[in-house]
Design a protein around this ligand. Structure first.
Ligand SMILES: [Zn+2]
Length: 270
């Protein structure tokens, strides 16, 4: 590589570093993010378009609107309220939920069916919103894709390399989150759902439920379940510790079981 070329590349990288350094999370933690919010949203749109065409998206607008309303309530008070969040229900008996970069969040009817109340649903959605707020997906993409691809994405180059990045990215996003990312998403999620007016005990109930299911040993059934968000006793304990000091009034809030059961009864029709 010629000297001038290297110099250009170095200054380009410096500019990108200055432009795309981002602050994440309630703790104001600084992270090096090379993908701008606009680029992140474009990547998310690509992923979500693929997901929408390859999965049975629920056609029940009452269920879709209900999940969306709960999600928007939490997203609005999150640390990335500027994003345009989308919440979709996939009509498949998988017990999971996931988030694409840019605020595209999906939940399977299999997960909706095992929950008991709106506070638990708020816990799931708040956890996924927190993955978006903390840019966990983007960080994993950055790590997997490397600098050349990121430069091409950041410069808006529509090329084969960008397309490859999107394909690779879909694989990366389906892998399990690290323990640290899970703890972080639980912590932010518990904080956000509480600020949105929900009873944070819903998050504890949810994690306990996952843990029990994972220990239940129903062969074949639990293999894929929550594979991207592995349950653990430590997650339950951490959330319990986090909310231990919360005002008793907050922990006496309604779990909104009746509202939830009405929606749940719509899922089991053939
Ligand atoms: Zn997670």
């Amino acid at each position: 590589m010629k000297k001038t070329k290297i110099a250009v590349l170095i200054s380009l990288i410096s500019i990108l570093l200055l432009l795309f350094c981002a602050t994440t999370g309630p703790g104001g933690k600084k992270s090096l993010i090379l993908v701008s919010t606009d680029q992140e949203v474009s990547i998310g749109q690509e992923f979500s378009a693929q997901i929408d065409t390859t999965n049975p998206i629920s056609q029940d607008t009452i269920v879709q609107n209900y999940v969306n309303d709960v999600g928007q309530k939490i997203a609005r008070i999150s640390d990335r309220a500027d994003l345009d969040y989308h919440f979709s229900v996939i009509d498949t008996p998988i017990v999971n939920a996931f988030a694409c970069p840019g605020g595209f969040i999906y939940i399977y009817t299999g997960l909706l069916e095992i929950m008991d109340n709106e506070a638990q649903l708020a816990g799931v959605l708040a956890h996924e919103i927190s993955h978006v707020v903390a840019r966990h997906g983007v960080k994993r993409l950055q790590k997997a894709l490397g600098l050349q691809v990121l430069l091409s994405i950041a410069l808006g180059e529509s090329s084969e390399i960008t397309q490859n990045a999107v394909t690779l990215g879909a694989v990366v996003l389906l892998q399990a989150h690290s323990r640290e990312n899970e703890f972080e998403a639980d912590e932010f999620g518990t904080y956000y759902m509480t600020n949105a007016g929900y009873n944070p005990e819903g998050m504890v109930q949810l994690q306990q439920k996952f843990l029990e299911l994972s220990q239940g040993g129903q062969p074949g059934f639990f293999e894929k379940i929550m594979a991207t968000h592995p349950p653990s006793a430590e997650r339950v304990k951490r959330i319990e510790n986090q909310i231990a000091g919360y005002d008793p009034e907050i922990k006496n809030r309604s779990f909104k079981a009746e509202e939830y059961q009405k929606i749940k009864s719509r899922l089991k029709k053939d």
